[in-house]
Design a protein around this ligand. Structure first.
Ligand SMILES: C[S@@+](CC[C@H](N)C(=O)[O-])C[C@H]1O[C@@H](n2cnc3c(N)ncnc32)[C@H](O)[C@@H]1O
Length: 272
């Protein structure tokens, strides 16, 4: 862990402890001047979601020894908000999709194209068929609401389709389709007849994540994977709550990866 990572971890743990202390005194929380601060404090008081510093005993770092990944990650790094742990997980998942029925990849929440192009490059290198659909408003987060702890809408608007196109060209990708617009409202219909092996949902807020999941689930092949980014992040409580509500459904496995990902894997139908 770098000094910067350690600093962030300590600052986050301290902030959550302070938020929790203020949340215990509702009269004090009401005095906070900024609405965002009030929401962050309210998150610390939620009965169904508990937050705190996480210190894991694991010290295996496969992303460091994976030369192919490192080469591509160096190219996408400036175009992604996603750290190398989660990027390497996407990279490894794409490397295992060959065992599934044919299908495409969907990413909703592309921003400047980092994770989407990383996945597309992995699939291209492996000769996997199928397209990688990169869906984003390119005008920032939408559909923020009462389930969300920090997002209000409009965040991450500092991008464009041209930025993503340039990255795709830089990586010599011929398997990506950039689809600007709100998903699924504006761009779902164009790919509604496709089948998918993997869907990366990185939209920060409950409603967009829920609508994307409902759209992709019937189109996912057996064994197909939905990767939720933002799961467990303090600023994205809506996404955590959405995934937690799926636990116990008989048609899926739900996995919390501690790194900020949750995986929802579609179980093959039980033999008759
Ligand atoms: C955190 S960014 C994505 C980060 C990106 N995966 C990366 O590699 O850094 C979240 C993105 O989700 C997009 N977004 C949120 N809800 C959406 C929706 N319903 N349809 C399309 N884009 C959406 C926003 O425009 C924003 O660019």
């Amino acid at each position: 862990m770098s000094a910067s990572n350690l600093g962030q971890l300590l600052a986050r743990s301290l902030a959550i402890t302070l938020f929790a202390a203020v949340a215990r005194v509702p009269a004090l929380a009401l005095l906070l001047p900024a609405a965002r601060l009030r929401r962050l404090v309210a998150t610390a008081g939620l009965a169904d979601l508990k937050y705190g510093g996480i210190f894991t005993r694991s010290s295996y770092t496969p992303w460091k020894g994976d030369a192919d990944f490192r080469r591509v990650f160096a190219v996408v790094r400036a175009n992604t908000l996603v750290d190398e742990y989660r990027c390497h997980e996407l990279w490894q998942l794409c490397g295992q999709l060959g065992a599934l029925e044919p299908g495409d990849i969907l990413e909703v929440g592309v921003w400047r194209g980092g994770t989407g192009c990383l996945m597309a490059r992995r699939c291209r290198d492996l000769g996997a068929g199928g397209r990688v659909h990169l869906c984003d408003t390119f005008a920032g987060v939408v559909k923020a609401g009462g389930q969300d702890s920090a997002y209000v809408g409009g965040e991450h608007a500092d991008t464009s389709t041209a930025v993503v196109r340039d990255l795709a060209q830089n990586l010599s990708l011929d398997n990506v389709d950039i689809r600007p617009g709100m998903f699924p409202d504006d761009t779902g219909a164009a790919i509604a007849d496709r089948r998918f092996r993997l869907c990366h949902i990185d939209v920060d807020v409950y409603e967009s994540a829920a609508q994307t999941f409902d759209w992709i689930w019937p189109r996912l092949v057996p064994g197909g994977i939905v990767v939720f980014d933002d799961y467990g992040f303090y600023s994205c409580s809506g996404v955590t709550r959405l995934v937690d509500r799926m636990r116990g459904e008989p048609d899926r496995l739900v996995v919390y990866n501690v790194n900020g990902h949750a995986l929802v894997i579609k179980r093959p139908p039980a033999p008759a």
